[in-house]
Write a protein that binds this ligand. Sequence first.
Ligand code: UD1
Ligand code: MG
Length: 470
Amino acid sequence: MSVSVIILAAGAGSRMRSACPKVLHQICGKAMLAYSIEEALKISDDVHIVLFFQAAQIQQYITDTFSQHSAHITLHYQNHSKYPGTGGALMDNKDNGDNKDNGGDIQGTMKGDIGDNKEEKSPFAMRYDKVLILNGDMPLITKEALQPLLKSQSPIALGVFELENPTGYGRVIIQEGQITQIIEEKDAQEAIKAIKTINAGVYALDQAILATYLPKLSCHNAQNEYYLTELIALAARDKISIEPIALNPKNFMGVNTQSELASVQDMMLDTLRKKAMDQGVVMHLPHTIYLEAQVCFEGACEIEMGVAIKGKSHIIDSHIKAHTIIEDSTIKDSHIGPLAHIRPKCAITKSHIGNFVEVKASHLDGVKAGHLSYLGDCEISEGSNVGAGVITCNYDGKTKHKTIIGKNVFIGSDTQLVAPLNIASNVLIASGTTMTKDAKEGDLVLSRVRQENKSAGFWHFFKKDIAKDS
Ligand code: UD1
Ligand code: MG
């Protein structure tokens, strides 16, 4: 589609009260900004992102995450000291001399990292006449939800929706059926605050509109900023047609505070869980299940309450029982939990992992580890049984070491496997063993102090107390 997209991500995000840049806050394991960029790239091959506050950190994230799209992304730096605000973000962004901490520093590193580093103009040098502007704090947007805006033939299409509690949003003023202006919360009188039609923060407009009206923006408002929303009032005054496009709030909720971030994450979770259930995944008390955006399911899966599945996890034909945590791992044909912790880089197949078992960076194939174990950096093969309380001692204080365990190994309860260790197939390890040496096929491994029972030792030890009690 022939549209350029601009994502505004240069704000301070001060209402988040966080050291992390607002647009890098995570929603279901992915930075808020990534959702906007991904959807923008589905719509356009000409995506512009405006940065200023904590720009170096955000730029790094973009270059790391979207390196394969570098030809389609151009970064710009807002001249914030001269032109603050959402309108200012699109004004003269060439001269960043005032800003040594952010713009001054990153101008150099940007070259070659992303895009072809076109020289920025005011307004930007964009490939297409139609421009879609998105606030960077709306992670629920989708390509589909943006279609009505893109289909509009008007020189300006403005995304609007109704909210029972519109606090924080710009109110859209409509007089005699025409949009006349947008009034920001901080500039609004009580009567205006009662208006429930709000500006979503998405605009599809002709590039010519930007060229005409950006230079005319003023900063006479409560925040002394150049509001992009003033462009609407200026164009309305010139009788330019502004088409309101009614949007579904579910896709356009803005994030300005931590509680809005949490609500938006809840909405994202609803979407992710529904997608999984539509695919046939059985979920018990789904509202208690946490999923991240990159998790995928295959085949017949069942997920119980309180489960969290994170990162790039892949769950295939498996049953994940209550309150289990799985991170960046692949689970196939297995039963995991309740209360198990599968940490990153695990591949677990045809296995049963029970309660209070922690597994990290391990490959388990056809293994039973039913209770209270730590299995780190190990490979365990088919038919092996890990008794209760078995621990791999994989870290010597300096380096991590591997434990390799063959087929049909029986590891008795409370065994410590001091890595590095190679245990061949068909080995029996007695309960309570501290194993420091490799074992060959057929071995019985035993390392414990022989038990001694002293006859009447109890009475000898407790003699006086027992006499007193009786
Ligand atoms: C903005 C709109 C408001 C709308 C709401 C929808 C303005 C003035 N107000 O308010 O009408 O209802 O979004 O969510 O546009 N940004 C910059 N440079 C800046 C300031 C902000 O790039 O100098 C970026 C921010 O990083 C953010 C976006 O613009 O991604 C919106 O800014 P924000 O401060 O969140 O505006 P809102 O108060 O939410
Ligand atoms: Mg906002």
